[in-house]
Each structure stands twice: as C-alpha cells, then as structure tokens.
Design a protein. Sequence first.
Lengths: 429, 148
Amino acid sequence: MVSLTNDERAMLDGRDGPAVAKAMDLLVRYAEALGAEDFVYTDNVAGVPGSSPQWVKDYYAEDGGDYRAVFSRFDLDSDEAVDVPRMNAFSCHLQGGMDPEMWRDQGMSEEAFANFRSDEAEVAGHGIQVMKTCTPYLAGNVPVMGEHCAWMESSAVVFCNSVIGGRTNCEGRESTSAAMLAKRIPNWGFHTDEFRIGQHAIEVEVPVDSIFEWGMLGYYTGGAVEDAIPVLDGKIGEASLIKHKHFGAAAASSGGVEMYHMVGITPEARSREVAFGGPDKGTRFTYGLRERAAIYERLNSIGESDTVDYVMLGCPHYSADQIATAARMLEGRTVHANSELWIFTSRAVKATAVASGYAEILRKAGAKLMTDTCSAISQAVPKGTRVAAFDSAKQTHYLPAMMGIEGWFGTTQECIDAACTGKWQGRLN
Amino acid sequence: MVTAALKSPDVILRGRKVVGGTCEGEALVTRQTISGWGGVNPMRGEVIESHHELRGQSFAGKILVFPGAKGSSGWSGIFHMTRLTGKAPLGLLFTITTTKAALGAVVLRVPTMTDFDIDPLDLIETGDWVRIDADAGEVHVWKCGVAG
C-alpha cells in the first residue's frame, strides 16, 4: 500500500476541491499498480492535458462533451465530470495535432482546426504553458540535476534523465494531467538512485562525432539493450545538445531506452564505475564498422524508389542552430517542383528563426517551416506522398509504417539535396 | 460469462495485483512487447506494428498475455481509447512492470496482474481459457479452451 502524507491525504479527501481529489485518486491507483510505496513532489510536468479529437469529446456528450468533460473523465479517469481549476504545478503542453497557421497545407479540416483552437484556449486558460513541442528543453523548460519531473514524450524523457540528470519516468497522459493538479508522482523507477545505474556496456569502436553518426549509434543502442540502461564508452566525440537529442530519440524508438550513460560525457557517468555503480554488468555489446553498416541498411530497408516527393526534417523538433544549418544549405537553391520540404520546430524556436532571417531563406527556397507537430503525430504528409526522406532515425522508424510509404534515412545535407533535386542519392561513406 | 467451476484448472499461477477484480476469457498470447501509440489501432483494438507477431489480430474481449509495454509515452492513452471504442481487452497479464503498462492497466480498469511465481508466457497459449482473480492474486488456466 502506498503511504500518504497528511497533505496528500487531505488532497485525496477533497480539501483542495474535487478535481485535485480525483487526480490524487488516480495517482494512488497508479502508485499501487506500480508497487510504489510513496510519492515524490514535482513542480515540473509536461503532458498533453485535455487535448482531444472531436470523437472523444462526443463520447462524453452526456457530461457536456467539452474540455471539462474530457479532462475529468479521460485525463483524470473520473466517473463524473468535475470543474477543473488552474493547474498547480509548473505545467507545459507538449506537441499537438497541427500547425496553427499552415494546417490547410497539412490537410486538416475547418472543424478539426476549430477544435484545436478551442482546446488550446482551454489549455492556456488552465495555466498550462502552450509550448507545443516534443523538445520542452528548447522552449523554456529545462529541469536541473536531480529535479523530480513528470514528463511524457519518450525523446524528452530520455533527454531529461540522461543529459540533464533530471528524474522522470516515461509518464502517460493521465498521470501527467493528474500531476499538474496534485504536484505528486509515484516514487518509483527513475526517481530512485538504484534504478539509474547502467545495465549493459556498449563499446564504441568507430568514431561517432557528427549528428548523423550519433543518430545511427542511438538506433543501434535501442536495438541492442531494448529498454535497459546502456553505458556507452569509447570513440564518442563532439557532444552537443542536438546530438544527444538525436541519439536519445533514436534509442527510445528502436528499443525504449529511457536513460543512457556516456562515460565522461553525461552527468551521472563521471567514470565507467560510477555509471555502473561498481564493476561492469550485463552484456558487452560492440559498435564497430559491421554494426554501423547493418544499422544503415536497416534504416534504409524501406526505401526502393529514388524519386523523393517529401523531405521531412525536425524530429525531434529542430533547434535554432539546426534551422540555421538547413537555411545555409538551402540558400540560393529551390525545392524541386515534384518535392516538398517541411521542417518542424517549436513556436519559441520559430520566433528565433524568424528574427534571425532563417525563416525567410527557407520561405524563398520553397520550404515550409511548421510548428507544434510533426508528420507522425498529425499523420500529415503532402498529398500524394509515396517516398519520403528523413535525417531522423526516429521518424524513419515510425512514419513509413504509419502512412504506408517508402522512406530513406541519411544526413541533413543528403535530405536537402533530395528536396532540391527530387532524387535520393544518399550513401554510407 | 462461462463459469469455469466445472473442472478444476490445469494450472494456477500466483502473482501481484496491478488492478483488482476478476474476469475470465480466452487468452491472446505474445512473447513480443507491445507498442501503444503507433502500434495499436484503438478503433479496432488491433495490433498494427510492422513485423509484430500479433499484427492484424484484435485483443478486444480477450485476456492479453504479453511481456510488457514499449514505445511511445502515448501507450496508456491509446489503450484508454479502446475502453471508449468497446475494443478493450478483458484483462492483462504481463511480466515486466513499466509505467506505461501500469498506467494503461489502471485507466483500462481491467483485472491485471504481474510478478508471477511461474512465467505465464511459458504456460499460457493463445486459446487457453483464463480466469484472473487479481484481488486473490491468482490466475487459473484451462488448457485448450473452455473449462468443463
């Protein structure tokens, strides 16, 4: 049984109103399902609170079919609709379903857009920051080392645990919405020291320095360790935020990695011994030339035609420097008549890209800079797309399977070249 | 619901309650972990992940026996939706506890167990008749279909 503090008991008993009581009730059921003994306090929650397609609202028609009904019945898993106050925790909304301006290009209907606008107004009205991104750490929400968080979005979770040293499990929609009200999350998994130590070793024997190489290593890592915690050691160089972002997203999608250690690079891996909490454990994997070539082949196994009609960049959402790089590569060129180039980012980063002139370079070249979502989340690709190209292992993992299209994986330069020529010419050097 | 009291079960497993309650029905078993978002169609309660051994099969009205959850943090949300569409599983038995699977079971509100004395994936096959009594911490299994 989970033990409750006096404060938590009072919340459960309704001291802070019915919505907080329902939130606490859900969190208690969740803690017991996990076998957690108590809760941690959190004041950093990232989720998708209350946002829903119209059919979910219609399902709760008897309760009003509105944001209040969905937040109560679905997010808090309550048997009755209750009034939902402003959130108590520092809360942010992760990625959403469409671009707020270019939704028509994404094939969205007027009705879907009206629903999107209505949900967003409710989110803002409930004191939730409208970040609308899978990279909250690029849009103003950067936890600190050791901070207990309750985050959704597998790529953000792995970044928070591994790169920042923040502490979060891979939470779901209902647990994050409840935590926004109750400021509690079960004290289980990555909130505890013993859960965070390495379980398998990966020896990196080929140089991994560019973002492309970091992505491939990430995709290999997830396949090797599945959802365990790897300790990577060896020829990993030139670490940066965007490389970690790319690596973690790839490892989370191919295997479900929620935390990794890189010896001498990530904050809880000062040494190999610290990362493992003692001597090496688990299996020792090797990432060499053979493994690198196999991963490249695997990521490119769903591409046949070299005629590319869609290039998607921005998974996870591009940072300002990635947009700058893409703009430099595109300057003076134009996207091919038979192809489209969509680049996804957050609204915060787009504002910087606009101010810095990159957005204008992209626009002149015929590329579209979109926010809030991505092709996989919104299931939106340009009309008639048959073959797409990506610089993201994660998007390559998801989108072709979801949309029934072919896909290529390569460097950002190869993707930009494909967008401008309509042809895929990527290869492993 | 068919009563399973006619014949004593072939196997009894003991484990930990994740979500309380009792249910009985036919098992759908996989040794592969399951993705929610991007891996399950909530309108049909069907596994859609490429290369998954259950691809094209629906878990609606079945007792889903699987190692655990993988993939996107949207796992609970997708399984929650199957409750709305009437395509939810009857109960869940899994062996690896993750936040995704635990939260998914909670919001599905179906009897769910884990942490077994014997690995259910070694004992239960698709088509076996299974009764979960999560509060008592027991799973009764009748091999090859309906008891009695």
